[in-house]
Design a binder for this molecule. Structure first.
Ligand code: ZN
Length: 280
């Protein structure tokens, strides 16, 4: 390895934020805060440990993912309920908001839509911030535990990875076969998972989730949604995943309707304004 004589100067270039968010349309958090003070629960779905369930949330409603029994990480997928090709875009959400999501951040959808699907309106783990290892909760770094990477690294057949759990849940909700459902499964929001990058090798790491029973993450649905949530076989992800070793717990999804008139002034986000001519 040869280091050029001007290495220090090259390394001293100033970091520039790739996507400054000053011009992002900002959610009306005051409106959401008022609306969430008077909510009526209209449904709930209990996600069994090491399995997944799908659920639907109408636009203009809130949904919560709650820890009800013990520390547990959840892998969340979201789709436009009327068009599964519009789905959560983890990579662009990361580029816009950073590695971990918090209050006021949005879950953005794939091209050509690129609009907010859901807005984070409450996080009982907001206090966690970033710890001394550089870890935070609710990351959009990881992909989802899956049987292919597991086979690659360990050679085993493990079927209750989040990827397979999400396939079964989406298939059950939509009537699709497993083969039809699989291409719709996408990189997740890692709900309650505590993760970061190691300082020396910059590898993705996890540590035991700080979530406890009573904690929840709440979203406002900006469009009609189908969601699927997997209670990861890693449990609190403090040791390992893709095995039956970890203690696992259920997660509870609850859907709430705001009071009539509470959302006056709110409009569902429109599809992206780019004209899609791509220079032709
Ligand atoms: Zn998982």
């Amino acid at each position: 390895m040869t280091t050029p004589p001007d290495a220090a100067a090259r390394r001293a270039a100033r970091p520039v934020i790739c996507y400054p968010t000053e011009t992002l349309p900002t959610p009306d958090m005051a409106l959401y805060a008022r609306a969430r003070t008077d909510l009526r629960k209209i449904g709930e779905t209990l996600v069994p440990p090491r399995d997944a369930r799908a659920f639907r949330v109408p636009a203009g409603h809130f949904f919560r993912i709650g820890c009800v029994d013990g520390p547990q990480v959840g892998d969340l997928n979201l789709w436009n309920a009327h068009d599964l090709s519009e789905r959560f875009f983890s990579g662009k959400t990361r580029a816009l908001h950073g590695t971990h999501l918090g209050m006021g951040h949005r879950m953005w959808s794939t091209f050509p839509h690129l609009r907010p699907m859901a807005t984070l309106t409450h996080d009982s783990l907001e206090w966690y911030g970033f710890d001394d290892d550089g870890a935070g909760v609710h990351d959009v770094i990881g992909t989802r535990c899956d049987p292919y990477t597991n086979a690659l690294l360990s050679g085993g057949q493990y079927h209750h990875c989040c990827h397979s759990n999400l396939i079964r849940a989406l298939a059950a909700e939509t009537g699709q076969s497993l083969a039809e459902a699989e291409p719709h499964i996408h990189d997740v929001l890692n709900v309650f998972m505590c993760t970061g990058f190691t300082r020396d090798t910059h590898q993705y790491f996890m540590k035991a989730s700080p979530v406890r029973p009573g904690d929840y993450l709440e979203f406002f649905a900006e469009i009609d949604l189908i969601g699927a949530l997997s209670a990861c076989p890693g449990g609190d992800c403090g040791a390992q995943h893709s095995s039956d070793a970890a203690t696992c717990h259920p997660l509870l999804v609850e859907v709430f309707a705001p009071a009539p008139g509470a959302l006056d002034g709110w409009m569902a986000p429109q599809p992206n304004r780019y004209d899609r001519t791509h220079g032709s």
